[in-house]
Design a protein around this ligand. Structure first.
Ligand code: TXA
Ligand code: MG
Length: 374
């Protein structure tokens, strides 16, 4: 156990630039910790990051240990100034310049060929590196104070939902890292879009706030990784069996996503909830504002209005964690549209569910539990 210092940057919105004296002093201390090889959790515009010096292999090792993350899962290197990019990549392609002009600072991560300055510990043994310039002023200040290159995965224990509040970070990281900077609730709530620029055409590896359409406006043709498209296939089409049994961003209870017409979804979830409650389960529901008063369950949570995807994105991870706190053992969620930001929302929701999906339109279930459910 180490002592985790907690500082608050109360003025932290996404649009302020003037820190108080006290805040500046805290940010300088964060920088010293990073330069000495320690770990600092800090707010970004997407989710809280768990930062360490990206050019120090020991710092990266500590990040993996604190998260309980396998060390072959590479970290994102965060920078604050465009001029610093050339130090960590071997070549800057034209596409990177164009994307940076359009979306940096902001919620976009680019995969590029790494330079020798970046240790293999940071890239999980790959010769490519993920780079992002966040827009959150606290993140930018922490990166600059810390020497310019901060490796930061999401500040959660591996497998748990990413933190969108400092309280989530403390839940997972208290006693494991040197400092937590509390910047309040975060704006976007889902991790950055990742685009691989080492392949042609560029390929989206993780959907996020910067959508495929937005990237295509800048780059022309952009592909999406097959595992992302799988999310689309799981609602409204013949279901595909999941290729891998993985669970990410996951609550402790068993989460099932239900696709179909709203009325049918409510009816189905209520019937399952009744059964589960008879069986002694504590049942949670994730619903949209529009359908909320129709559900019967122990804990019913609104993720926002169906028409406000940015609100759904910002609330999703906090809701998944709240179910843990309330002890839900079975959770059902409505499915959301996969257009625009909806694609990122459904991608995370389906991963959280381990791809356990009921599609009422095709009347068939896919997921880990195929074989053992009647
Ligand atoms: O919004 C975000 O990106 C947040 C905040 C803190 O900036 N960070 C974040 O990091 O989500 P993390 O470590 O939770 O997710 C990084 C993802 C992982 O899925 C990792 O496999 C992938 O990026 N990644 C990193 N380097 C890569 C590389 N060289 N090639 C392919 N994927 C890479
Ligand atoms: Mg993560």
């Amino acid at each position: 156990m180490i002592q985790t210092e907690r500082i608050v940057i109360a003025s932290a919105g996404n649009d302020f630039v003037n820190f108080t004296e006290r805040e500046q002093e805290g940010l300088r201390r964060a920088g010293e910790i990073l330069k000495a090889g320690g770990l600092v959790a800090f707010p970004t515009e997407t989710v809280y990051g768990l930062g360490g010096d990206a050019l120090n292999p020991d710092s990266s090792r500590k990040i993996y240990a604190a998260k309980g993350r396998p060390s072959d899962n590479p970290l994102i290197v965060h920078i604050a100034d465009w001029g610093d990019l050339s130090r960590i990549v071997s070549r800057i392609p034209k596409a990177a310049e164009r994307l940076a002009e359009a979306f940096w600072p902001g919620p976009l991560t680019m995969i590029l060929q790494k330079s020798d300055a970046v240790p293999m510990e940071t890239t999980g043994g790959l010769d490519t590196v993920a780079v992002r310039m966040p827009s959150h002023p606290v993140a930018l200040a922490v990166i600059r104070e810390g020497g310019g290159f901060v490796a930061a995965p999401s500040a959660n224990t591996s497998g748990k939902p990413s933190p969108t509040l400092a309280a989530h970070v403390a839940e997972d990281m208290d006693g494991r890292i040197d400092m937590i900077i509390d910047g309040g609730a975060l704006g976007i709530g889902l991790e950055s879009t990742i685009v691989d620029l080492t392949v042609s055409p560029p390929r989206i590896l993780r959907p996020g706030y910067i959508t495929r359409e937005m990237l295509e406006q800048v780059l022309g043709d952009v592909e999406a990784d097959a595992t992302i498209l799988q999310s689309q296939a799981e609602c409204g089409q013949a279901p595909k069996a999941p290729g891998m049994k993985y669970r990410h961003y996951a609550p402790a209870g068993e989460l099932t996503v239900v696709c179909g017409e709203p009325e049918a979804v409510v009816e189905y979830i209520n019937r399952r909830a009744d059964e589960d409650r008879k069986g002694g389960h504590l049942v949670g529901v994730i619903g949209t504002e529009e359908m909320l008063d129709r559900y019967r369950a122990d804990v019913i949570k609104s993720v926002g209005s169906r028409t406000e995807e940015d609100v759904i994105a910002a609330r999703l991870y906090a809701i998944l964690r709240e179910f843990d706190a309330e002890g839900a053992t079975k959770i059902y969620s409505e499915a959301f549209s996969v257009e625009g930001l909806g694609q990122a929302i459904m991608n995370r929701l389906l991963k959280a569910a381990g791809h356990r999906v009921i599609d009422l339109q095709v009347q068939q279930e896919v997921g880990e539990n195929d074989s053992n459910r009647k």
